[in-house]
Write a protein that binds this ligand. Structure first.
Ligand SMILES: [Zn+2]
Length: 427
């Protein structure tokens, strides 16, 4: 695809956000019909799925018809060969191939053709530009080196060119590589930016003063947001998405929720097989509208979100959703059936002297392993107090095992998470 076409795509998606809601809806339905037809005619997987459900592409005319199509699960992606998911005639050498982090299982390959890759970049740039990224901003992205891409022609000219920093580097390495660079924009995994902010504050680094900070993939909690905002004196902007569909929603400077990228993905919020009402929690189910190499239709991402019926004060017609703090696999469920959001961890642990970094891992419904990095206030009764305070919140029938460690291991994607559950939650 020509370079001018890439800029044209960017121009187009920037225009889409100001379309009338009815025009956006029409655009979405048109893209949906084309994708459904394509997936049925060109992929083994969806051909079979549609046939098994006794539906034809013509049965799907608008998003209202989506309920007729059975969900696609992560398990199906793992169990079916990549070939059966891909459209006929796809040349993998010409595609961008990436992998999910597989925090709950085996990673799966995700394939974008070059058009899809360009489109997803355009959608990604849209929210960055709308929040202050400039043509030649000094832009730093903390990310997983496995997902880094080679710079494109315009990026070699230092236009919209992110400086990629590995989240596997120590904060000292990160700081030293950014010294004298004076980044305008920090971007990337929220947990990495938090650790980076902490180091910047502790070491009194003065030459790192970004004007904009973007978080992505994992808004941990309000406290993290506040902390990052205070260190850099900004109002951080959060992004929402996943490896399979890329960015799917984003905040604008009004912070009224997350604008959904409805021109590139359909987001449904499902409970007990049906869409939820506004302001209710539902499982997020995505239908991608631009990746013809590997269609994903009604793909259950195993994450939770909340649709909103509010209009944003900014005037953009991209509808709003709200996110639930933390990822689904950071939520824990105890024998009583009660579900705890990952927010509880900072709340519980912040009050206990002696706690440096930590990570809570739920191994079984009634067993929490708590990895702890001591700080200078660690005392004989610290461990006892941790056990006591966790049980008080989660229940006396939950066993707590504290393990003292030197550092908290990052997960496969390089994220540092304070909570992780290895059990299946019954929502
Ligand atoms: Zn807005």
């Amino acid at each position: 695809m020509g370079s001018l076409n890439k800029l044209r795509l960017l121009h187009q998606v920037r225009k889409n956000q100001w379309l009338k809601p009815s025009e956006l809806e029409e655009l979405q339905n048109r893209k949906l019909r084309a994708m459904v037809k394509h997936a049925y005619e060109n992929t083994e997987f969806y051909h079979r799925k549609f046939r098994d459900a006794e539906i034809r592409p013509d049965d799907i005319k608008t998003t209202e018809d989506l309920y007729k199509i059975p969900f696609t699960t992560k398990e199906e992606l793992r169990q079916n060969s990549l070939g059966s998911m891909l459209a006929k005639g796809i040349d993998l050498n010409k595609c961008h191939v990436t992998e999910t982090s597989g925090s709950t299982g085996i990673p799966t390959k995700v394939v974008y053709d070059s058009y899809a890759n360009d489109f997803s970049k355009a959608v990604n740039l849209r929210s960055h530009i709308e929040n202050g990224l400039k043509l030649r901003s000094k832009w730093v992205v903390f990310g997983d080196p496995n997902h880094f891409q080679k710079p494109q022609w315009f990026q070699k000219l230092r236009i919209f060119s992110p400086n990629q920093i590995s989240v596997f580097d120590s904060v000292d390495e990160q700081i030293s590589s950014l010294r004298n660079f004076n980044p305008d924009v920090l971007d990337g995994y929220t947990s990495s930016i938090r650790l980076f902010a902490q180091a910047v504050e502790e070491k009194g680094v003065e030459d790192i003063k970004p004007g904009v900070v973007f978080g992505t993939s994992e808004l941990l909690d309000k406290e993290t947001r506040k902390y990052i905002n205070s260190v850099f004196n900004v109002e951080m902007v959060d992004h929402f998405g996943c490896v399979e569909l890329n960015r799917t929603a984003w905040e604008c400077s009004e912070h009224m929720g997350y604008h959904m990228d409805v021109d590139s993905v359909i987001t449904e919020f499902i409970k007990d097989g049906e869409g939820v009402a506004a302001n209710e929690r539902g499982q997020i189910v995505y239908t991608g509208l631009y990746n013809y190499a590997m269609p994903l239709i009604r793909y259950n991402i195993e994450d939770i979100g909340i649709p909103s019926d509010e209009y944003c004060a900014c005037g953009r017609s991209l509808p709003l959703m709200k996110v639930v703090e933390g990822r689904t696999d950071s939520f824990m469920q105890v024998p009583s059936g009660r579900i705890f959001s990952p927010i509880i961890w900072t709340t519980i642990m912040r009050k206990i002297p002696g706690v440096g970094q930590f990570k809570a891992i739920q191994e079984k419904k009634d067993l929490i392993r708590l990895l702890l990095v001591k700080n200078e206030n660690f005392a004989e009764n610290t461990v006892y107090q941790i056990e006591h305070d966790i049980k008080e919140v989660m229940g006396q029938d939950v066993e707590v095992k504290v393990e003292i460690v030197d550092n908290i291991p990052k997960d496969k994607s390089g994220k540092v998470r304070s909570a992780e559950s290895r059990i299946k939650i019954n929502w």
